[in-house]
Design a protein around this ligand. Structure first.
Ligand code: ARG
Ligand code: ZN
Length: 863
């Protein structure tokens, strides 16, 4: 048994920090193994007379400490593994500390570490405390000035704010000084030092100020940063137009690093990115990479207002910046790439990640009230469901009142660290609405289930809708209350004509009825249009109603949704042993008609052609059997490939683009549809299709087509798989981002020998477990996206994942913890599997020296 039970942090225990840190002066003397950091904090007491000054600090070697220049004697302060305490601090003073740290041994990639021979930092959420002693909490805002000294081998010395001085020093060393005029919390501090190439540009803001833009990348990679730089300019413009937000410093910098625990980080004026979300050219990046780069560059830039100018009072308020900022980046993507297609992709991701989380032992409210490690709460719930809540707020208030609320928030809370309550209060005030019930969305975990029953009275020409909602219990929340759910509803006639336009019905009780008159004929219900709320909807619709929606709903989201629901029901029925052959034919016919609709965009058709994923299907199942689902889904794939073979081959040919590559949404849509056709045809691998697929892979001139061709080759197994993987590896062995794709495609390999091969790949010379991208490409792809092989009846897939978690936890707890989730759903699987999953969680929890990160998630998963 472990004796050191970690302490939970509770929202209810929030207390302001009893001191203000008005200015923070940092001097870095950089050295790979012995970096000196001296900090000069001007401290002023704001709380009670007897409050001690307690600063966070971990893994620091304290070299000296002084108050107002006077070194402290041993009895005047205390240091332990997590903090520095000065019991009797004056009311106003300057505290100077000097510490030594070792960036090169830092494989947790938090704080100051080295990547590719360069220094870089990641401080959110609690990394700053491994750099210097400081109140490392988001509500302590300070003005920073930074001096960096380093060897000439590190030519670029970067930090937040504006550059104020630079020059050379003795012994081949040099320095740079930076000053950030905006008070900020420590988690937004950043430093980068090293040899980098830079791509430069400028942006003129709406008030006419010129901002210098710089993107720093590995030497030789500057051309690959052009798309990110262009995305940045579009994001800056969009934020001015959509939210009236202007950039505030004279300089905005982005740096790409290869070793990074997550996507990117919004440090003030100096964003740091995982290189996988920054570098792109047609040869090495897929359209999905381009799409994500556009979204993440925007996301981090948007944080400058939603996160940096207005930050979080404490980490329980994380959704205040993350949910709002995801909402904002989704808005940009919708404007750049088409609202319907973007919405479908966002909802697909929401269901795959957030609905799964909300349905399992790791379910938590968008604003949680307790945690062990805040790093475990950078979840789909905080981010994606957090964004859905803002989207509902906008739907309920209407766009003008929503914008007024945003303006009020920006004006009232600028320069503050605030709360979700304060944010919602701005919308209540701006709209004059009572939003107290709405707040339940932040406090209640779980995905609500909504049912709608319809009764049509032909004589009266009236339709009665009976709407009900309920939410199942989640850990720690046995009883759920009704939430205000905006449900966008329209009506179609049986022949697809519009009978009634979209209207938002606000379901804010457990049950309510709505009566609509003047409905001249029996209607087909199109409910939850645009996925107007993050709920599971069930209605009394018959398959024939769904075919009406699939064929003609004006709401493209619901058109897609109808197709998915039809396919899902057919797969689940077959997996349960009662196949509906006639229904499968009918579905394939309707899909064929949708694919030849000239009015629909290729990107939309590509989405229609993608069947519901296996993990999504498993969510719909009690006691899920991944093998049966895989087989049933494959059966429908084959049925479609056979039934629509001619059409799919024709489209595959027509969508081919000859001529120059364009990364725009229209061209990407054509490539997506062509790849979807290839994927579909691979389910019927006769000679003609095989030749076509080989041609697709062999002739690919960009990475989107290449990956679209590689997966079917891998899925075929045998000689095509070996040959394709070998030629791909040979071509790309020196490009880390492309090699990640090579590992990922093998993580998704559906062949029966995939697990064995994945385990063997962990011994491949190119497998670098200390690099999170490489690790996730193989291990996380396998565990999350290859259910048929991960859920091997022997339990070997689970044991493999547990082995990897324990190995990685020894040096990078944060990345290890993110691998726990696939085991967390054990209760949803059939008991033979669930028991084996649980056994691996028990093995993990029993492991000595487990990190708090993994301990928290694995023990919660055991429930
Ligand atoms: N704030 C960053 C973003 O969303 C992510 C930081 C993740 N930090 C963490 N400890 N998981 O853009
Ligand atoms: Zn963010």
């Amino acid at each position: 048994m472990r004796t050191d039970t970690p302490q939970a942090v509770n929202l209810a225990d929030y207390r302001p920090f009893p001191f203000a840190i008005e200015t923070t002066r940092l001097v870095f003397d950089l050295h790979p193994t012995r970096t000196r950091v001296s900090a000069e904090l001007s401290v002023r007491r704001t709380g009670g007379k007897n409050e001690p000054l307690v600063l966070n600090g971990e893994r620091l070697k304290l070299v000296s400490i002084a108050i107002d220049g006077r070194p402290l004697a041993a009895g005047e302060y205390g240091v332990d593994a997590e903090r520095l305490t000065i019991a009797e601090a004056p009311d106003a003073f300057v505290l100077t500390t000097e510490v030594e740290i070792d960036p090169s041994s830092n494989k947790a990639l938090m704080g100051l570490y080295m990547s590719g021979g360069r220094f870089c930092t990641q401080c959110e959420a609690e990394g700053f405390r491994t750099i210097t002693y400081f109140p490392d909490r988001p509500d302590v805002l300070s003005r920073y000035s930074v001096r960096i000294e380093a060897d000439g081998k590190f030519p670029h010395l970067l930090s937040n704010g504006n550059p104020v001085a630079s020059g050379s020093l003795d012994g081949g060393r040099h320095f740079a000084e930076w000053s950030d005029p905006f008070p900020k919390p420590s988690y937004l501090f950043a430093l980068v030092a090293g040899d980098l190439d830079v791509l430069a540009d400028k942006f003129i803001t709406m008030s006419g100020r010129e901002v210098a833009l710089r993107v720093f990348v590995d030497p030789g990679q500057a051309s690959r940063a052009a798309y990110a730089l262009d995305s940045l300019k579009r994001a800056m413009k969009w934020d001015e137009e959509a939210f009236g937000r202007e950039y505030d410093l004279d300089l905005f910098m982005i740096v790409a690093v290869r070793d990074f625990n997550f996507g990117a980080m919004e440090n003030k004026g100096l964003n740091i990115f995982n290189s996988s979300l920054l570098l792109a050219d047609p040869q090495t990046a897929t359209d999905l990479d381009y799409e994500r780069i556009e979204a993440v560059v925007a996301h981090e830039y948007f944080h400058n207002w939603t996160g940096n100018r207005i930050t979080c009072r404490d980490w329980f308020q994380l959704c205040l910046k993350e949910g709002f900022t995801v909402f904002r980046d989704q808005g940009l993507s919708a404007d750049m790439r088409g609202a319907a297609v973007q919405r479908i992709k966002d909802v697909r991701a929401l269901r795959a990640r957030q609905f799964a989380e909300d349905a399992g032992p790791l379910a938590h409210p968008v604003r949680p009230s307790s945690y062990l490690k805040i790093d475990n709460f950078y979840t789909a719930t905080i981010y994606e469901k957090g964004a859905e809540i803002i989207r509902m707020l906008k739907a309920i208030l209407g766009a003008p009142a929503f914008r007024k609320g945003c303006d009020l928030y920006f004006q009232r809370h600028d320069g503050e660290a605030t709360t979700v309550e304060a944010f919602i209060a701005c919308f209540a005030e701006a709209s004059g609405r009572d939003l107290s019930g709405f707040f339940g969305w932040y406090e209640q975990a779980g995905t609500p289930s909504v049912t709608i029953e319809t009764a049509y009275d032909a004589a009266a020409g009236a339709l009665t809708l009976t709407l009900t909602q309920s939410t199942s219990p989640t850990p720690g929340q046995p009883d759920k209350k009704p939430l205000p759910i905006p449900i966008a509803i329209g009506l179609l006639a049986a022949d697809g004509r519009v009978l009634r336009d979209t209207e938002i019905v606000l379901l804010d009780q457990a049950q309510m009825t709505v009566r609509w008159d003047s409905i001249p004929e029996p209607p087909v219900l199109s409910a939850l249009r645009g996925f107007s709320a993050p709920v599971n909807l069930s209605t009394d619709a018959r398959p024939s109603d769904r075919y009406v929606l699939f064929g003609s709903d004006t709401d493209l989201f619901n058109r897609w949704e109808a197709g998915q629901t039809l396919a899902r029901d057919l797969i689940l029925t077959r997996a349960a042993g009662a196949p509906d052959e006639v229904g499968e034919e009918r579905y394939a016919d309707a899909l064929g008609r949708a694919l030849v609709d000239d009015a629909a965009e290729p990107a939309f058709k590509a989405l229609l052609l993608a069947l519901p994923s296996e993990p999504d299907l498993a969510l719909m199942f009690e006691a899920a059997d991944p093998a049966a689902l895989h087989a049933a889904r494959d059966h429908l794939r084959t049925r479609i490939a056979v039934h629509l073979g001619d059409l799919l081959r024709r489209l595959h040919g027509e969508m081919q683009i000859n001529g120059e590559f364009s990364s725009d949404a229209a061209a990407a849509g054509r490539r997506a549809l062509r790849n979807a056709c290839a994927e579909a045809l691979s389910a019927d691998p006769h000679a003609e299709n095989l030749a076509r697929l080989l041609g697709h892979f062999g002739a690919a001139r960009n990475m989107t087509d290449m990956i679209g061709g590689l997966y079917p080759m891998v899925a075929m197994g045998g000689v095509p798989r070996e040959k394709a993987l070998e030629s791909f590896h040979h071509a790309w062995r020196t490009e880390p981002l492309v090699l990640d794709k090579w590992f990922a495609v093998q993580g998704r390999d559906p062949n029966p020998d995939a697990l064995e091969r994945v385990i063997a790949l962990t011994q491949h010379p190119d497998f670098e477990p200390t690099n999170p991208n490489r690790l996730r490409a193989l291990v996380s792809t396998f565990a999350n996206f290859n259910p048929a092989r991960f859920h091997d009846p022997s339990g070997a897939g689970y044991a493999f994942l547990a082995d990897e978690i324990l190995k990685v936890d020894a040096f990078n707890p944060m990345t290890a913890a993110r691998l726990v989730e696939p085991l967390g759903g054990w209760r949803r699987y059939k008991p033979e599997l669930g028991d084996l999953m649980r056994a691996q969680l028990e093995r993990i929890v029993a492991h000595p020296n487990l990190s708090k990160n993994v301990l928290e998630l694995a023990s919660k998963a055991l429930g």
